[in-house]
Design a protein around this ligand. Structure first.
Ligand SMILES: C[S@@+](CC[C@H](N)C(=O)[O-])C[C@H]1O[C@@H](n2cnc3c(N)ncnc32)[C@H](O)[C@@H]1O
Length: 223
């Protein structure tokens, strides 16, 4: 990301989560979505909520019996998460960190949730974060991801289109926010990148939901 886009995006998320700090209270977790991970995990497994925001899903993951870690680039988001953990009397780890350079050793997580995280990264950021997600998952570990389509934004007068397919708001209340539609992301041929595709669906509103299992090797499955 260019330094200008990077800092615009950081400011956007800090502004957004600062409002939550004042507002208090959480959005409902993505409970139905997270059900999709349950058949692939055991009680007390470690699950990373990547780009956790205020931590609604981090808290939900803890409540249903996992050891959860919420990580977000926005310091404000992690402050809101800490406050929510206190209010809700739930134990989970919250930390500031960058999905593109994760501060974890390899193969330490059994599961990973990336709910609308990869669609807020540019092309290079997506590649780095996707590789990092695979690195921190153990072989056999499972990632649940969602990404938006954002087709309607192309016509928005406040949106600039970039070469890697990402769109950046240049004015208005969303100024600084970067989105990259899933259609621009290299989500084809994931088998060759060492993933088994367990689910690949579109929601009625056009978002993509995928459940991917990390294979041991990065080659195609043996037949
Ligand atoms: C659309 S919000 C989703 C929040 C949360 N997953 C949820 O579903 O409630 C995207 C989040 O990704 C975070 N984010 C953006 N870039 C990031 C990065 N490089 N590393 C970690 N988090 C990032 C933002 O700060 C924001 O909290």
């Amino acid at each position: 990301m260019s330094p200008q886009v990077e800092s615009g995006s950081r400011h956007y998320w800090d502004r957004t989560w600062s409002r939550f700090l004042r507002h208090q209270g959480m959005i409902a977790p993505s409970a139905k979505l997270i059900q999709q991970l349950i058949p692939h995990l055991r009680r007390n497994d470690w699950v990373l909520d990547l780009g956790c925001g205020e931590g609604r899903n981090t808290i939900y993951l803890s409540r249903i019996g996992y050891q959860s870690v919420g990580l977000d680039l926005s310091r404000k988001a992690v402050q809101v998460l800490a406050n929510n953990l206190f209010e809700e009397e739930v134990r989970a780890v919250g930390m500031v960190g960058d999905a593109r350079r994760l501060p974890f050793r390899a193969a330490v997580f059994d599961g990973l949730v990336a709910h609308h995280l990869f669609d807020h990264l540019d092309g290079k950021g997506f590649e780095a974060a996707f590789a990092e997600a695979r690195r921190v998952l153990r072989p056999g570990g499972v990632m649940l991801l969602t990404m938006g389509s954002f087709g309607h934004l192309r016509a928005d007068a406040h949106v600039a289109c970039r070469d890697d397919g990402s769109l950046v708001f240049t004015a208005g209340p969303n100024k600084g926010m970067l989105v990259r539609p899933f259609e621009a992301a290299p989500l084809h041929d994931l088998e060759a990148q060492g993933w088994d595709v367990l689910k690949d669906e579109l929601t009625p509103r056009g978002s993509k939901i995928m459940v991917l299992r990390r294979r041991d090797s990065s080659g195609p499955a043996a037949v």
